[in-house]
Design a protein around this ligand. Structure first.
Ligand code: SF4
Length: 416
């Protein structure tokens, strides 16, 4: 739905084929138990493609093939059931694209199919992303009745000139109306905002934050606009604030959010106490997820390996192949990549991770990262005790430098 919201992490490398036997036998993961499981459902259409967006979103040129796509999602889910037999699903997330293009009846049909086929936890967090340009108060009530219990609104900014520069289909007044309607229906609402926008000033960025806080939502995500390859902004770059100005905005936003009582629990995520996003937390804690829908990613742990997969990206191709699983890419994650993949997620969290989580989620011994952790601690990038590892303020600021320490440097397996 937005540039900013959290997508299931894509494979770190493009490894379309299975790794060699040599990679498997040396230092292969071993799991005593499997991680919590989430379900991601991708809706791949938008009214218009935003110039900064590199998501798998397609401009809707003809009618929405809603019924056909719902059938494909259900067929896709059925294909993957053998890989997750018996495992409870703790969170569901409808992302896109623009899921709010879909009717409540379609969302209800998908959720009914999910409940009939997997063990959906009774208190599962079920999120749906909505675009203020397609928001409809009646639809919000319908989503709620279907079982959605968290709404995430892609506001990005309340300022009409910012929204125009971002190519959004809505204006500030529509964003405000969508939030009011959402809050009449849902107690758990997230607002996605962006900063470091074309020609944006610090005052302007803070005005957006102030407006968002005034609504008192459960959760606010504030993302730095990044210019991604394969976007219109990459071909025709707008004039955006420089790194220093963007860092000043980030610091001011973090200070204001803290003052307003929001916990800054992940690089870009702020929540009122007790209202962190369970679905995204599962990604950041290196949990498992299955993805259904065009281009959806999955990460599934088995007792001796972790497999990543991606569904066919193009909606037409996806719908025609869903009954066969529509898998475009699948690969086993080499053990040597697991330390980096784990840290790339867990060190985004302000609280970091409990030490046993590393072994629980990678299936590797903690000794495989001890040297890197020692070096990161010596350089002031992490703080740790006998229970936890946390990124320091310096580590959070220079997260990429911190993460690089966990990249595989040779073909050798992790030390154990
Ligand atoms: S609304 Fe814009 S940013 Fe969000 S998925 Fe669609 S094209 Fe991308």
């Amino acid at each position: 739905m937005t540039m900013s919201r959290v997508m299931p992490p894509a494979p770190v490398r493009d490894l379309p084929k299975a790794v060699s036997a040599g990679d498997r036998t040396a230092g292969a993961p071993r799991f005593a138990s499997l991680p919590p499981l989430s379900l991601y459902i991708h809706i791949p259409w938008c009214v218009r493609k935003c110039p900064y967006c590199d998501f798998n979103s397609h401009e809707l040129r003809t009618g929405l093939p809603e019924r056909e796509y719902v059938d494909a999602l259900i067929a896709d889910l059925e294909q993957l059931l053998p890989r997750i037999w018996g495992r409870p699903v703790y969170t569901v997330f409808f992302g896109g694209g623009t899921p709010s293009l879909f009717s409540p009846q379609a969302v209800d049909a998908v959720l009914q199919a999910v409940r009939a086929r997997v063990r959906l936890d009774a208190s599962a967090e079920i999120t749906l992303e909505a675009n203020p340009g397609t928001a409809d108060a009646g639809n919000f009530e319908g989503y709620r009745a279907a079982g959605v219990n968290r709404l995430s609104i892609g506001v990005q900014s309340f300022d009409d000139s910012n929204l125009k520069a971002l190519g959004r289909i809505h204006d500030g007044a529509q964003a405000r109306r969508a939030i009011e309607a959402a809050q009449r229906t849902f107690s758990n609402v997230n607002l996605d905002l962006m900063y470091a926008l074309p020609s944006q000033t610090l005052t302007n960025a803070l005005a957006d934050i102030e407006t968002a806080i005034a609504f008192g939502p459960a959760h606010i995500s504030a993302y730095h606009l990044t210019i991604e390859p394969n976007t219109l902004f990459h071909r025709f770059p707008p004039c955006v604030p420089d790194d220093d100005a963007a860092a000043e905005m980030q610091e001011a936003i973090e200070a204001r959010m803290a003052q307003a009582g929001y916990e800054h629990y992940e690089t870009s995520a702020f929540a009122r106490p007790g209202l962190r996003c369970a679905h995204n937390l599962n990604y950041w804690r290196f949990g498992d997820y299955v993805g259904i829908g065009a281009g959806a990613h999955g990460k599934i742990s088995f007792p001796d390996r972790i497999v990543r997969e991606m569904k066919c990206k193009h909606p037409r191709q996806y719908m025609s192949q869903a009954a066969q699983g529509a898998v475009q890419e699948a690969h086993e994650v080499p053990a040597r990549d697991l330390p980096f993949e784990f840290m790339m997620n867990a060190l985004r969290l302000t609280d970091g991770f409990r030490l046993p989580l590393y072994e629980e989620r990678t299936g590797l011994p903690l000794t495989s990262v001890l040297k890197a952790l020692d070096a990161a601690e010596r350089d002031g990038l992490i703080e740790r005790d006998h229970r936890e590892v946390r990124p320091s303020a310096l580590g959070r600021r220079f997260l990429n430098d911190l993460l690089q320490r966990f990249l595989p440097t040779t073909d050798a397996p992790p030390q154990d």
